[in-house]
Design a binder for this molecule. Structure first.
Ligand code: UDP
Length: 346
């Protein structure tokens, strides 16, 4: 273990507007983090992207690496670090979100949320920066009420295959709450429901990426269980609008410091998703049924009343509309691979 790393982003030659901010994005090369990186750079901000590339992808940030407002540091937030210069905002998007990925090294997953979150909170405290934690609908476990409101305490197994993720996120929510209450850190907590869109990892193992890739490649779609379980799918652009609204929102009554659900209340069974993907891709693939993973939630649907009232936010993009650019993106990933394979053979 080395000592504390010091990052020195080189932003001297910048010409940005007065409202431009310096924003740290931990996990800035992952699916949500990289889309956020692109959005914030396009809006004229400086972005300091920190990623250990465990599930982050080089392709997601390749187009930003030469941008003068973008600085990338290969680093695991579990190890302490400091940043030279001012920081206005910190988004903690660092933690694998896909069950097969976060279950690969459960102890590391748990530590990433809790100890990594604490390291970021300490940077926020030192810098006087506002910090947002990406939490998850998984804090509700396998819920016995639907839709899930923020006041619902959840039904979570502490010792199952999903616990490293669920309990890690619950733990980091507690840390955010206490760092706000006791040390005055300006915190936000977003409980993010299933999100999809461009820059998802095609090999992620999640249902949208699996189904679309399988359909496009003429493979059977793998339905776990009987496909009657539900999820509510939010398109990435809608989620980014919610995240930035939560980060930039103020609330004189202080309720903005409590967790906020961000998701699309449109609820679908997994079979409905499979049928929609087959229809929209024009694929002739069949469905095959596989065992339902242990503790797989039977239903999931956000109650977004709180986000509507305090952020004036709600998603605008229905599943079928969001699947159009998503399918186009996965097609591009497949043809990129084919081009690469053809070049490798030549
Ligand atoms: N799922 C499925 N086939 C797949 C991948 C996932 O039927 O190839 C199911 C999974 O069992 C779950 C739902 O789809 O019920 C969503 O799974 P995902 O891994 O995308 O996210 P999470 O379970 O974390 O919501």
């Amino acid at each position: 273990m080395g000592g504390t790393r010091i990052f020195r982003p080189n932003f001297e030659k910048l010409e940005t507007g007065a409202t431009a901010k310096t924003v740290v994005i931990a996990g800035g090369a992952g699916f949500i983090g990289s889309n956020l990186s692109h959005r914030l750079i396009a809006e004229g901000n400086r972005v300091i992207c920190i990623d250990n590339m465990e599930t982050g992808r080089h392709e997601n940030i390749a187009g930003l690496l030469t941008h003068p407002n973008f600085a990338f540091f290969l680093h695991d937030i579990l190890d302490p670090f400091r940043i030279k210069g001012p920081v206005d905002r910190i988004y903690n998007m660092a933690c694998p979100g896909s069950p097969p990925k976060y279950q690969r090294d459960p102890i590391h997953t748990f530590k990433t949320s809790v100890f990594g979150g604490l390291n970021l909170l300490e940077v926020a405290e030192e810098k006087g920066a506002r910090i947002l934690q990406s939490s998850t609908s998984e804090v509700y476990g396998d819920p016995d009420i639907s839709p899930q409101t923020e006041t619902y305490r959840g039904l979570v197994n502490t010792v199952g295959p999903r616990s490293c993720y669920d309990e890690g996120k619950r733990g980091v929510e507690t840390l955010f709450h206490e760092m706000h209450e006791r040390r005055g850190v300006d915190t936000r907590i977003a409980r993010i429901f299933n999100t999809y869109g461009p820059r998802m990892d095609p090999e992620d193992g999640r249902v949208v990426s699996n189904f679309v890739m399988q359909a496009l490649m003429g493979k059977d779609l793998t339905v776990y269980g009987n496909g009657g379980q539900t999820r509510s799918f939010c398109y990435i652009d809608d989620l980014l609008n919610g995240l930035t609204a939560l980060m930039e929102g103020d609330d004189p009554l202080g309720t903005i410091f409590a967790p906020v659900n961000l998701g699309n209340p449109g609820e679908f069974t997994i079979l409905e998703l499979a049928e929609t993907v087959l229809l929209m891709t024009g694929s002739q693939s069949d469905l095959v049924y596989r065992d339902l993973p242990i503790d797989d939630p039977h239903q999931r649907c956000p109650d977004i009343s709180r986000a509507k009232s305090i952020l004036d936010w709600e998603p605008k993009i229905p599943l079928k509309d969001g699947l159009i650019p998503t399918i186009a993106y996965f097609k591009g990933e497949i043809s990129g691979r084919q081009t690469f394979a053809a070049r490798s053979v030549a």
